[in-house]
Each structure stands twice: as C-alpha cells, then as structure tokens.
Ligand binder design. Sequence first.
Ligand code: FAD
Length: 830
Amino acid sequence: SQRVVIIGAGIVGTNLADELVSRGWNNITVVEQGPLHMPGGSTSHAPGLVFQTNPSKTMTHLARYTVEKLLSLEKDGHKCFNQVGGLEVATTPARLEDLKRKHGYASSWGIEARLLSAEEFLKIYPHLNKNIVLGGLHIPSDGLALAARATQLLIERTSKAGVRYLGHTPVTGIELDGRHVTGVTTSTGTIQADIVISCAGFWGVELGAMVGVEIPLLPLAHQYAKSTAVPALAGRDINTLPNGMNAELPILRHQDKGLYYREHGGQYGIGYYGHRPMPVVASSLGLTPKDVDEQNMPSRLDFTAEDFNPAWKESQKLLPTLQDTEIADGFNGIFSFTPDGGPILGQPSHLDGFYVAEAVWVTHSAGIARALAQILTTGRSDIDVSECELSRFEEVQVNRDYVSETSQQNFVEIYDIIHPLQQRASPRNLRVSPFYFRQQELGAFFLETGGWERPWWYEANKDLVKSLPPSWKPVDRDPWSAQLHSPISAVEAWKTRNAVAMFDMTAFHRFEVCGPGAVCLLQRLTTSDITTKPGTVTYTLLLNNHGGIRGDIFVLRLKDNVFQIGANTATDLAYLTREARVQEQNTPGKWIQVRDITGSTCCIGLWGPRARDVITGISNIDLSNKSFSYFSLKKVVLAGIPVTMIRKSYVGELGWEIQTSAEYGRRLWDTIWQAGKLHGLIAGGRSAFNSMRLEKGYRTYGVDMTTEHNPFEAGVSFAVDANKKDDFVGKAALQRLSTQVPSRRLRALTVKDGRSMILGKEPVFYNGKAIGYVTTAAFGYTIGRPIAYAWLPGGVGEGEAVEIEYFGKRIRATVEVESLYDPEMNQLTQ
Ligand code: FAD
C-alpha cells in the first residue's frame, strides 16, 4: 500500500494510524518530536472533558464516535473513557432558556439528554450552591476521555500491527517532486512517503509553512488549575484510581462564568475561558526537550495566577466546598483555535499527497481520524466533514491578521449564547460589492459571510410596511427570532412577488472554467450533459463516488470552451482546481484554467413580474420568452454597459441575473434603479430572498443537503440526467440508488398556527418521538406561514402532522407537497 508518514503522536495522529491500519493500510510511520511516552503536545495535559452536543450535527457525530471508540479501548480492566455524564448548569434565566435550545440539538442529532430542574440538578451534583442554580442539562453519555492513556494504548496496538513510531524525531522539512510530496526530512534523515499527514496540533502553522500552505489556526494558552484536596470528596476508593478513572461526579460546565470542572481523585480540576486571550507562536517554544514530564512540556506555560483570580472566586461561589481549599497547581496550556471554531481537515488544492488534521479537540479526535481514514481509503467520509475542510476559508480569511483576530474572538465567546445570525463587529467591510455605497444610502442592514457585506434588508423600505395588504402583514415574533430581523423583509418579498426588486448577488461564488479540457472536466464531474450549445444554463450536481452530494452548481456555457460556474463555497473552487490539474496531467495539451472571478465581477438579481418592463425601458433587446427563454443567457449591452444576462431566479419570479465586471457595477445599479422607478422597483435583502427561496423549495448546499445525502432523498434528482452517456463521478452509485426507495427525505413543512417561528436545527417529532431535524426555516410571506425544511424518515409523507421543538415548546406543523409557491413554474417561464 501507499507509504504514509503521520507527523505527531498526539490523540489525533495515533487515532489516525489506528483507523488506517484497521482499514488494511500497513506502510505507516508516525514521526514525533517528543518522547513517545509523553510527547508534550496538548494531549499530554488534556483534562479530557467530552461534551458531545454541539449546534453542529457534524461535530456532535464526530464526538459520539470518539466516545464509542474510547469506550472500546481497554487495558487492565480500565477503559479510556469514564462515562460519568455531563452537566451544564444555568445560573441565569437566559442560560436556562438557551439550554432548552441545546436540548433540542441533542434530540436533533440523536444524543440522549434531559433538562433538569434546580432540585433534580442538585440531586445529581449536591456540592453546588443551591442559591444560584436555576436548573440545567444532563447528558448521561458524556464523560472524561483518558486522552494520554488512549494515545499510549493506540501506540501499543498499532505498533503490534506494524506501524513504525519514531520518537524524538522532529520533522524539519517536507519534500516535494513538483506538486507531489515524496517524504519528510527529519533530524535523523529523510523518510520517503507518498502521503504525508500533519497531525501536529498547534504546530500546524509551522508544518504548513514547509509546503507553502497557510494553516488558519492560532495557538492560544488556556488556564487549567487544580484545587487542594476537597474534604467533601476525601476517603473514596476511586481517589486512588488512575487519572480519569478517579472521578465519579459528572463533568460540569458553568458557562455563565466561562468555567468547567472535573474531579481528580478528590481534587477539583478547573478550566477557565474568562481570561484575556493569550496567543502563542509555536515556533517560539523551541525544541521539545528530551525529558518531558507532567510539569515540563512545551504545551504547558507558567500559570499566571492573577488571570485566574476571577475564576477562583466564581468557583468558590458555585462550589462552596472549595472555600476550604486552595489552588494547588495551575498552568496555561496551549491548544488551537480557528476563525470559525471548527477543526482543519483535508488537503490544499495545489499539492498531492499532503493532508492536515489539526485544531481538533480530544472530543472529536477519533471521529476526525476516522473521517480522514475513510477519505483516504474510500474517497468519502460517512459523516459529512465539509465544515471542517481546510479549503472552506476564503483567501481573505487565511492571512495571519484575520486568523489571529477571529480566533481570539472565538476563544472569548466560546461559552456565550450565540444567535444563529450573530455577527462579529470586527473585522468588517473586508469585501464590499460596487453597489455598497448605494446600499448604504438606502439604509441597508448588513450581515457578513465569507468576508462579504450583504444587505439583509433596507430601512428605505420601512414606510411601505404600512401599505402592505392585510394578508402580508408580518406577525409578531418571539424575542429570540426577532433578533437580527425586521418586518421590512415582508415588504421586500411583497414587492418582489407583485412588482419588481433588485438583489445584490455579488457574494455568490463565480468561477470561470475555460480551455480545451473544460468540457471534459465538467462532463466528468457533473450529473448533467453540459455539451449544450453556448448560451444555455444548467443546474447540476457534483457528487462523490458514493452518490453523495458534494455541491450543486450552475454551469453557464458562454462559448464552446468557456464556462462560468455559479457555486456555493471556496471548497468548490478547490475541488475544480484540483480536478482540472489532475486531468491536465493525464491529458497533456488539453489545458484547463479555473479562475475565481467573484471579486472582479458583480451581479444584480432583478426579479418580479415587472422585471421585463424595467429592462425594456433601457434597451431594445428582445426579452420575449421565445427569444430569451428560462435558463438561457446572453451577452448584451445594457444602456452602454457590457453585461451578461442570465434568465434564472432563486426567488421564483420572472427576471434575470445581470452580471458585469466590477468597474461598471455602480453604473449598472444606477441605471436599473432609474429605469425601475416607473415600475415600483425596490432593493431587496437576503432575508426576503431566503423566505422566497424556501417558498420555491430551492435547497442550500451545506445546510439542506450535504455529502451524507443523495439526490433522490434530497429532492434534487431532477438535476441528474438519466440519459447522460458519458461517465461522471457518482454515476454507478446513482444507478444503484435510483432503484431504491429513499429511507429518508428532505421535506417542506409549514407551521399550523401561522406564526410560531423556528430558525433551523430544531428536532422534529412524530407520535412523540424525535425522528428528524430542521435544516432551514423562514417565514413564508407569500403563503402567510413559517416554513421549515426538514430531514424526515421516508415513511412520513405529505399531509402528515409533526411537531417541531423550539426552546422546549412543541410547534405543530404539516408535511407539504412542494413547491409551496408556483409549483407549475408559471411565474418563471411567463
Ligand atoms: P497534540 O497533542 O499537540 O499532538 C501534536 C503532536 O505533534 C505533538 O506531540 C507534537 O510534539 C508533534 N509535533 C509537532 N510538530 C512536530 C514536528 N515538526 N515534528 C514531529 N512532531 C511534531 N479538548 C477536549 O476535547 N476536552 C477538554 O477538556 C480539553 N481541555 C483542554 C484543556 C487545556 C488546558 C488545553 C490546553 C487543551 C484542552 N483541550 C481539550 C484540547 C485538546 O487537548 C487538544 O485539542 C488535543 O489534545 C489536540 O490533539 P492533537 O493530537 O491534535 O495535538
């Protein structure tokens, strides 16, 4: 098999070796700069609390697998996981409320959880101050990972299976032949390899730099301290058990004060996130010493007691028994943070054979290792890991300033109650469209994604709320769903459906794919026949070999060998770039250029029944349905501006996306704005857009569907050309899947009472049992009810009644026939 070098023998590197060996790979070397019995990275001092439940389904499932695996690792009668359970305490009404939301995540992702009253909570955890506990959440399957021990057992097990471990061997370079890795340079010579995987934890930046890859993580120090022996916990038999097993109380989070707790055989361990962020540059730590021990390791910095003072006070308040103790020992331990808090997994598009698995908590370690092992051995992971992809970041998000500022912010906010739409105050205005200043004049309320400022609604439309017909009047919202929301969105939807509105589509990714190999590339990667004539638009899917959806894109054929791709993420760009490069290598002369043109172009979506009238006012292009049909495009000149007009719509109305290069953007906006006045044109924001998108049933990749889903389940099989002759990625799997009845489906639900909001990720109940989860939700202004898309078992069909849980309250909903708006497509094709 292929020669693999894994850099780092922490919990991630050793799990990866194990996952690869168990899949039959055998030519594996793990290279570690520290001593193998205690390498000195974050794992060597990790207290190992595993709280599985996370707003992210992916992260929760990665954690669940880690628990399963650590429970299965056993030696001398002790497992590597002490399943003491996990508790999250609420000491404020806001936290108590938020834990209801968290309980919902647990139900959505299949983790058993229970909300507890204050009395119930104190019964499970009697040492708490009963005057401040309001209640909490209990997850019985959470607990303590014995991470350092698991690492040793994995080294033992995989060594027996033939994995070679080299301790005291720092990797100093990564060798390349062109774009392919060929090995690593170490202090003792070169080790040849076909695949090099960096599991170097917070040293990841340094390893990435060896091959010119920016790794967007920031090492930060985080305080952890132990109390002296607690009288109330003295004298128990378990106190003498090995670290991790010497605990019986559940692990505990006190998020209102940035604190967490575990037991160490009669002493308390206290972790603190309330202190100032303390960034570290890994390379400044010097070489790992020969002798590493509990007190002396590179990932352990001196304790700064003054930073811990508030934590100690709050801890003594929460756990009065600590008033009889002192701080026995503490340290500032280093681990990785990232701009969005997620791990970093995958490979850079310009290299072959180099992978990373970094910024991974112990909590997700075995899950991440399994995902990467599956990707390496079968091409895809069972658990969708798109949100962990190295390539998910935009160019502007990987520079050190951005990484440093946003990662520190994530540290500060780690236990905060975060609204799904919550925005960071800085850095902002990194990317603005040419329409930005006009949008500001119209009072746009901006939200940021991928560095782009995107109008959510426009205050300029506020006065129109009064003139809304009664059936369109927005309903009052609960305080949570009212955050970052304005009733103005109702007006913007109403105007789009009844007159015309312009939407800034600039932030949607646009790539150009051109050259003599372009047709072959897109034909090979997509589910549609894209050998159509220039001027056509195709909505199509990118699949993996198992038929899982890895993206949905629009392919615009501009010329024979020039295509434009409308895509979702930076990962799509990385995928196309890599595939183009590999194909080019195999078919010399048939070059392909893949270029991101998002920032150098801009785009306005002009949609509504009067869209044709607006354009007619400024050009004499034949806009008739016959000459300019749905899903076609033309390069034309509009009032002196060279544009590409694309007849498509995300909101389900007549109209065009009108695209031009950035320098004409402002003029294009002004021209359409002037021309539209006669026809009631307004500017519309993303909030109204999302509502109309859901009414129409258009899916968002990464939210509504992922690699875990196939086109038949996700309701996008119309984008698969069953008669396509050429082979494409996923074709064989699709042929097999097309004969099966889907066991689950993405369904449209509407809320019965016409007003109760949901925001996404809530669990769905059927006959009292959690059976699925919401992906996206919005108020459907046209249909006058909230809409939710949800994954449900295939047997729950249209017309069935279900319930959605929102902050502990059950909301009645109905499974609907799609589309909820204009299913005959009359509006789009008029
Ligand atoms: P590491 O354990 O750091 O392993 C990386 C290895 O790579 C190191 O051994 C290093 O020596 C080696 N290496 C680096 N560069 C080279 C090179 N050039 N050549 C050879 N070898 C190299 N997580 C939880 O899930 N729950 C918790 O409760 C928890 N608490 C924490 C508390 C503290 C105080 C800290 C600091 C972290 C905590 N974490 C917790 C985070 C967790 O410890 C880490 O995320 C995890 O251990 C990282 O594992 P790893 O294998 O990626 O990295």
